[in-house]
Design a binder for this molecule. Structure first.
Ligand code: SF4
Length: 305
């Protein structure tokens, strides 16, 4: 079962909007994070080691990273287009002039039609939102990706996020006022959480409005506090079966026009400590797609009965 046939994936949404395939190219522009440099917190989130997913090309310019990213996409066709995905750390954490230079630099690269900017909900001041709105008004595809992870402040405290749900609600409201597209990141399997928390987080996110979702399991990577907890038996990763079922239920609860940027995630093989099944990206996605399809079929039968 192809996920595209079941939900509005980011890939399908972009094909329908632009008429071509659009790929995200991950960029590490050398930012840090207010939860690491002491302005919000130190040490970062207990699960965070950005080296586990960043493209290991920080010493390259943004333009060089775009070129390298394009070359690395297998089966790319000349007509394909790209979004520069500023992914590593907090990609709005600098003065707005520097941000504008970086973002515009990426947009000047051949084939790049837009930006996806990953950041913390407490790190989107008005000038940054105004900049993103101007870039959108210039005709670029612009997404603001907000790392919420959970709507429960107790959980956010427990993993040392150093922001609360109120920061997220405020950021979404201010982005929506400018008509900016938002994609909300949620993690399943945070310590102390179970299905009830995952569903309640999604309900709150839907109530505040978001255009896109990225859901992934909490994976444990080297050199993190969570890795200590895993080794000490204080943390148990979510099982594959639970993750597939819970994610399918969440997807099923979303409106049809929700754009799913991602429904699973993993880390570099040399960094990942667990769960092992994270590495089986496509089989996990296929199982989620099949389960969503069966939930939808059941709902149609029920409404017809
Ligand atoms: S906010 Fe993001 S970049 Fe900063 S420590 Fe947490 S996960 Fe890492």
């Amino acid at each position: 079962m192809n996920l595209d046939q079941v939900v509005l994936t980011f890939g399908r949404a972009m094909r329908e909007r632009h008429g071509v395939r659009v790929h995200k190219i991950c960029i590490d522009a050398g930012f840090t994070c207010p939860n690491r440099d002491g302005s919000k917190g130190i040490g970062g989130c207990t699960f965070c080691n950005n080296r586990s997913f960043s493209p290991a090309s920080r010493r390259l310019s943004v333009q060089e990273q775009v070129t390298r990213g394009q070359a690395a996409i297998r089966h790319a066709r000349p007509q394909d287009r790209y979004l520069a995905y500023f992914q590593a750390y907090t990609n709005t954490y600098d003065d707005v002039r520097t941000l504008e230079q970086l973002y515009r630099g990426a947009l000047e690269c051949d084939g790049v039609i837009g930006l996806s900017i990953g950041t913390r909900p407490d790190c989107v001041p008005e000038p940054v939102l105004n900049l993103l709105a101007r870039l959108r008004d210039d005709g670029h595809e612009v997404w603001l990706e907000l790392g919420l992870q959970s709507a429960f402040d107790a959980t956010l405290d427990r993993v040392n996020r150093c922001h609360g749900f109120a920061d997220y609600a405020d950021a979404v409201r201010r982005a929506q006022r400018r008509g900016l597209q938002t994609c909300t990141h949620l993690i399943l399997g945070l310590p102390g959480e179970e299905e009830f928390h995952w569903q309640a987080s999604l309900e709150l996110v839907l109530a505040h409005g978001t255009d896109g979702l990225k859901i992934h399991p909490l994976h444990v990577v080297r050199n993190t506090l969570l890795a200590h907890d895993l080794r000490a038996g204080r943390y148990r990763p979510v099982s594959r079966e639970r993750y597939v079922e819970a994610t399918a239920q969440l997807v099923h609860a979303c409106p049809d026009n929700m754009v799913f940027h991602r429904l699973t995630g993993t880390a570099r093989g040399d960094m990942l400590l667990g769960p092992d099944w994270c590495a089986e990206k496509w089989s996990v996605i296929n199982d989620i797609a099949a389960r969503v399809a069966s939930l939808r079929a059941g709902a149609i039968q029920e409404s017809a009965a």
